[in-house]
Design a protein around this ligand. Sequence first.
Ligand code: HEC
Ligand code: HEC
Length: 197
Amino acid sequence: MPSRLSPRRALACLGLVLGLVAQPLPTRGQTVEKRFETCIVCHGPNGQSQIPEIPSLGGQTAPYALIQLFMFRGKLRHFEPMNEAVKDFTDDDLRTFSDYIAKLPPPQPPQDGDPTRLAVGRALVQKFRCDFCHAGNLAGRDNVPRIAGQREDFLLKTLREYKANVRSGYDASMADVLVPISDQELADIAYYSSRQP
Ligand code: HEC
Ligand code: HEC
């Protein structure tokens, strides 16, 4: 087993890379609300996505959002329009947007859950310890993202990508976690997680 940084240490290192220690904020003419309008086109008003396979951002943890924006800017995570959207962001911009995203309300889950399938999904989430890292209510913590209430189609897509090693994470936790999990189980987990408040 290669040694890995713990999430906390990784975050501390990233903090150094991004220069999270106090720096004067450059003034950019527009408010973050105004600048976020370009993001809403895809991620929905208040970061509540209405579009298949585009994630909701509301209530996402600030450290996770910051790392992902940093990765998109550096083309360590690939989705062309996202890479384009943040390519000119300064480190302060990355922080401003991730802090803003974390304060938006979390997405409202659909209320149409089939109790049997929800029970299957819940059992899988416990069996594979998703709730250990993503928190008991799946609301995320630190660099581990909120998955509660996230779009089901985005969750399934992204879980499949981690499993196929197509999506590179900031740390390797997810690809490791998903090795023993079947595609049907991924679908049940996505079904359950997307329906959590
Ligand atoms: C053209 C559509 C589009 C625009 C515009 C856009 N995004 Fe995205 N964004 C996406 C998609 C699609 C993904 C998921 C990519 C993937 O599948 O890995 C994403 C992912 C993200 C993520 C990671 C979310 C997660 O749960 O992993 C963050 C944070 C984010 N976008 C913030 C922003 C911000 C801030 C802006 C505006 C400056 C923005 N986006 C503009 C489409 C867009
Ligand atoms: C050892 C801790 C750990 C465990 C266990 C774990 N995760 Fe994760 N998960 C993470 C971390 C860290 C990330 C962020 C990785 C990155 O940078 O891409 C993540 C990312 C994700 C994402 C991407 C979310 C987004 O918005 O793009 C999903 C979905 C996810 N995990 C679902 C799960 C599910 C489902 C399980 C259980 C089968 C699980 N995780 C188990 C740590 C964990």
